[in-house]
Design a protein around this ligand. Structure first.
Ligand code: ZN
Length: 1019
């Protein structure tokens, strides 16, 4: 039994029971066991179970109307029934069909001397299916075995309905009909059925058939899902409990109830289909070979690589003819996407063959990527010196490069969306593209024009910026060494800047020198791993490596203070999306875009985790994007945009709303979810996948459920072999909101250890796990605390390891700690994308992850996911909800239209940067008319209905501004003559009943301001 099976077995023993089939237990089994119990009718959650009202506060998250629970035995009541819904086909409708139902469970009888003795129950019955018989019927179990008192009060209720397809839809429910006896706990426990379960198969003339799938929607995404998940039929859903099935042979399907439903999702291999083995063998993926071979060899290797994908297309194409008719057109749409992918890959190869600057840059980028892969502390020691591309990483480079090189290429204006599961290595793919572009700009445009900011890389969350900044810094340093050694003619250095809020890094050099800890985001030398030291020089905050013999000895080309960034104009700027709310405010920001400077404007925008820029955040960001897009455009040539995500729906619409660009998705989906050529699901017999387990709070408080589950998983670690202990040692506990996390914190300290001692006492000789080290990863962390926490999480069991990590969605993006394998998710996150992202944080190494999701039975959505757990997890990505952005809608215009126009005019009209006086003549100049035209076109393409109002609002704002005579400052909260003031500042003044004066409001952040939880994406 592997470690994960041990945890699962104990979870079942601790929460459902029994520990021993013939057990006699001291405590009342309805207190001892959490779930799997059918109580007598009328039972309520006991007050001690609802402990301190914590459960109530957890439930408060939903409006009270949603707490109603119709026929469900949820809410404050105890469950008295459990059911399954499924469909059957009676082959010969002239004859009756039949269901074979096996029921199991246990009664506990109290013996005054010994305690509660378990009495197992098992019963097989046949239920005839006669189409003409009444729709509803009840079948008392005592009819099957008269005199068996264990069956008293139990009955099946069945409801059947003929479907238009000629099948019978069955709802079969096991009910406990015994009534609650007031003040007779013993009797009530004896009347409860524990470990209740039943299993149904088709008998004579009958089989269980897949339920008619939810009608596929109209959108391309829906139809793609219908195609690629066609081999995952749903056979049943649960009621109060969950459902599972065995459908190995279609004629012998059985469906069953589950209290702890489970589903393993296979690992995705980013190594791609076997067709790429040939390229791998020939060295076509070998970064070193690609970086050093001659021109002809490079062309051969890359062409042969493209051939591999072509052979995948040839291999997959014939499968289309075998598909059901309604799926063929979708499959053909996919096929044309494969062909377009191949065409663009080959186009990249052709370009590298014909353009020597592009080729030189491509090869230099390969060498830089190889060099940086050999650096970096202990992890690198384990790493082989050879670096190989995953096929998708190399293909993506080939696809994107022509749009970077040729400004007039049609692909320049596409948003290339890298859509790959988390942990696949998306970052390397775009780091290589950045390296390529850095060299190319210098070689192609020359030192002067080719310098300045080449790439802006944007993230939505802070935690990422730290981890990703380190990786990017390493790549930039490698580019620097390659530049110095291989390109002596290139004199200007490459550098990277971290441009984020002042809460995270200081904005001024003076502040940085006062608070070096906050400014030192990069603490260790990328090459030698030794601590870096800050250096005060020329009124700049820079860092150095002092290590003798280190390749990077001297100044590290890394900037973290805004003042330095505006002056240095680093080749790569890494920013949070919120920082762009500052574009109307800070004069020197224009330097980053090369405005008024001889440099080329940025050629590439990388938007990581694109799905996160949705809802209000995306809506506001989309409006700012109008200005940013203009800033990055020179002579009407817009920058290339690439995005990445693992989870998105309606990418087409979202990318248009945000970036005003068409999307090219890479890789294109295949015929099956399991194989797109570039990503392939690994069969479970070759590699274990991530195990999802569900647990419902039904009949219990949310708090008690969480406490028991956590305690079981933590204590179970004691049973693991020393070699495997570490894998499941640190429990990651995920919460959907800070207040839920806050409540749980106390519980983890006080109640979980008590529950652990109960579980350890049950197992003679087992020690209780000693005191728990609890850490927190939430928005309360300071930026400089993040690296410390990440380091602590890497510590193995017994060596200062963290026992419990309480976290919010802060963990969901970019956190990559290989040893984490165990997670509890407290409540289904509102967005499935978030659920996938969060749960993907565990099981990233070879140790398979275990994710236990606790479903709050009082919330309809939680209950629905729990009851269809198996089907939901079999097609997890299908569950991702579409998101939308509406940058031109009235609410967005109210919030950001004016500051966006101020930023635009200030930065694009000569002479406006220093002086906010906007003369009427200027207002009506052709240059302003042209900007309005661009705005109009964008609004029309994105949101036609709002476009007229949006343009009118923009004109009205510009008119108002031009008539404004007493204005001295662009944005200064303390000034009486400021055009803009912070929305937060104005709100605070209004709240205090103070005058706000004649001024416009500008948000400090793209997010809706909610001080206590400003980190969360609200929807
Ligand atoms: Zn060093």
């Amino acid at each position: 039994m592997n470690s994960r099976d041990v945890l699962l077995k104990r979870l079942e023993q601790d929460l459902v029971g029994p520990l021993d089939p013939a057990e006699v237990i001291e405590s009342n089994p309805s207190d001892r066991y959490l779930t799997g119990i059918l109580f007598p009718r009328g039972a309520r959650i006991s007050p001690e179970d609802d402990d301190n009202g914590t459960a109530v506060s957890m439930d408060k998250m939903e409006p009270s109307s949603e707490q109603s629970n119709q026929h469900h035995s949820g809410g404050a009541g105890r469950p008295t029934s459990m059911g399954l819904s499924f469909e059957t086909l009676v082959s010969d409708q002239a004859k009756p069909g039949e269901l074979l139902v096996q029921t199991t469970g246990a009664r506990y009888r109290k013996d005054p001397q010994q305690g509660w003795a378990r009495s197992p129950l098992s019963l097989n019955i046949k239920i005839p299916l006669i189409i003409q018989s009444p729709i509803e019927q009840t079948i008392p179990l005592t009819h099957a075995q008269p005199g068996n008192t264990d069956l008293d009060g139990l009955e099946f209720y069945m409801r059947k309905l003929k479907t238009p397809q000629g099948t019978l839809a069955i709802n079969l429910v096991l009910r406990n009909q015994s009534k609650l006896k007031v003040r007779d706990d013993t009797q009530n426990t004896e009347n409860a059925l524990f470990q209740a379960s039943f299993c149904v198969t088709g008998g004579v003339n009958t089989r269980i058939v897949p339920r008619k799938s939810i009608t596929a929607g109209e959108s391309d995404d829906d139809q793609t899902a219908a195609l690629i998940y066609r081999n995952n039929p749903e056979y049943a859903s649960g009621q109060t409990c969950s459902a599972a099935w065995d459908a190995n042979t279609p004629s012998q399907v059985s469906v069953r109830t589950e209290w702890l439903p489970r589903k393993i999702t296979p690992s995705i291999s980013p190594s791609g289909d076997a067709v790429f083995d040939k390229a791998r063998k020939d060295g076509g993926l070998d970064v070193s070979q690609l970086g050093t071979c001659d021109e002809k060899e490079l062309n051969n290797l890359l062409s042969a690589f493209c051939d591999c994908y072509e052979s995948w297309i040839h291999k997959t194409e014939p499968e289309i003819t075998g598909l059901p008719a309604e799926l063929v057109s979708t499959a053909n749409r996919h096929k044309s996407q494969w062909q377009e992918t191949l065409r663009r890959m080959r186009q990249g190869v052709t370009l590298l063959a014909s353009d020597s600057n592009a080729r030189t840059s491509f090869q230099a980028a390969q060498r830089a990527m190889l060099l940086q892969s050999t650096w970096g502390g202990e992890e690198a020691a384990k790493k082989p010196r050879k670096m190989e591309w995953r096929p998708f990483q190399l293909a993506f480079q080939l696809i994107v490069i022509p749009g970077l090189v040729k400004k007039d290429s049609p692909e320049r204006s596409l948003l290339d969306l890298l859509w790959f599961p988390t942990g696949g290595g998306k970052t390397e793919a775009y780091l290589a593209l950045i390296a390529f572009l850095l060299f190319f700009r210098r070689l192609h445009y020359g030192e002067e024009i080719g310098s300045g900011v080449a790439v802006i890389m944007r993230y939505t969350l802070r935690v990422l910026t730290t981890q990703q900044f380190e990786r990017a810094a390493r790549m930039i340093c490698a580019c620097e060494l390659i530049r110095i050694n291989d390109f002596p003619a290139l004199k200007k250095n490459f550098s990277v800047g971290l441009w984020i809020g002042k809460d995270s890094t200081p904005n001024s050099v003076i502040d940085a020198q006062r608070n070096e800890a906050a400014a030192m985001v990069l603490r260790e030398c990328p090459a030698c791993g030794e601590p870096l030291v800050p250096t005060k020089e020329h009124n700049a905050f820079s860092i150095r490596c002092l290590e003798h013999g280190c390749a990077l000895k001297g100044r590290i080309p890394v900037w973290t203070v805004d003042e330095d960034i505006y002056r240095e104009k680093p080749s790569l700027v890494i920013a949070t999306i919120d920082k762009f709310a500052q574009i109307p405010r800070t004069p020197n920001i224009r330097n980053l875009f090369g405005l008024g400077l001889p440099h080329q404007s940025p050629d590439l925008i990388i938007q990581d985790e694109l799905h996160l820029i949705s809802g209000p955040l995306g809506t506001t960001a989309g409006l700012y994007e109008f200005a940013i897009d203009l800033f990055c455009s020179k002579e009407d040539i817009r920058p290339k945009v690439i995005g990445s995500t693992a989870t998105i729906r309606n990418a087409e619409e979202q990318c248009n709303g945000l970036f005003h660009r068409k999307v090219f998705q890479f890789p294109a989906p295949g015929i099956d979810a399991e194989n797109s050529g570039f990503s392939v699901a690994i069969p479970l017999d070759k590699k274990d996948g991530r195990l999802y387990v569900g647990l419902s709070t039904v009949g219990r408080s949310a708090k008690f459920t969480l406490q028991s589950a956590t305690a079981s998983l933590l204590q179970a670690n004691q049973e693991l072999s020393p070699a495997e202990k570490d894998h499941y040692y640190t429990l990651v506990a995920y919460f959907n909101a800070m207040r839920e996390l806050g409540g749980a914190q106390v519980m983890m300290v006080d109640d979980v250890p008590k529950a652990m001692s109960i579980f350890s006492n049950d197992r003679p000789g087992e020690k209780i796990r000693s005191s728990l080290d609890i850490q927190e990863m939430t928005s309360r962390l300071q930026q400089h605390e993040i690296p410390k926490l990440l380091a602590a999480l890497k510590k193995p069991a017994g060596k200062g390891s963290v026992d419990i990590l309480l976290c919010t969605n802060m963990i969901s993006v970019g956190v990559d700690i290989q040893r984490l394998s165990l997670m509890v998710i407290n409540g289904q996150p509102k967005a499935t994308a978030e659920y996938i992202q969060a749960s993907s944080r565990v099981g990233r190494s070879d140790v398979p992850g275990l994710v236990l999701t606790i479903y709050n039975n009082a919330k309809p959505r939680d209950r629905s996911v729990y009851e269809s757990f198996f089907a939901f997890h079999a097609c997890l990505y299908r569950g991702v909800e579409p998101t939308s952005v509406t940058p031109f809608a009235p609410r967005a215009r109210d919030k950001a239209l004016k500051p966006v126009w101020v930023a635009t005019v200030r930065n694009l009209l000569a002479g406006m940067d220093a002086n906010p006086m906007f003369a009427t003549a200027r207002r009506h100049s052709s240059e302003v008319d042209k900007l309005i035209e661009i705005f109009k076109k964008r609004a029309e393409d994105i949101d036609f209905e709002e476009s007229v109002s949006a343009v009118n609002d923009a004109k009205a704002a510009l008119d108002e501004w031009s008539q404004w005579t007493a204005v001295r400052d662009y944005w200064k909260d303390s000034s009486n003559q400021s055009l803009l003031k912070s929305a937060e500042y104005l709100a605070a003044r209004r709240a205090a009943g103070l005058q706000t004066g004649h001024t416009w409001s500008a948000p400090n952040s793209m997010r809706d301001v909610e001080p206590s939880v400003d980190f969360f994406l609200k929807d």
